[in-house]
Unconditional design. Sequence first.
Length: 120
Amino acid sequence: MITVILAEKPSQALAYARAFSSYTKEDGYFRVKDSIFHDETFITFGFGHLVELDSPDKYKEEWKKWALETLPIFPERYQFSVPEDKQKQFTIVAGLLQKASTIIIATDSDREGENSATCF
């Protein structure tokens, strides 16, 4: 069994890791050892916006140039993408979450924190 704790940012993940008996820093996450967890436990994190809402021109060519005639812009289905500079961390987080039997959402309790958790 694998437990994954999802933090919003690296500093938050480090603060969580320090609260446990021992931890090891890995590439994009912390491996945690503590008597509170009886399985493999990882703390991973996002930073900035790992996933972004696509710009209007990705939906329709006519939305590329802003014009009053094309407003309001309401796509039938919103599309998201992972910026190139965030691809590595997104892949690490997604991989850990897919292996997890338990996921603890430990992001900030605000809109951005909630969005961080739901993009996966």
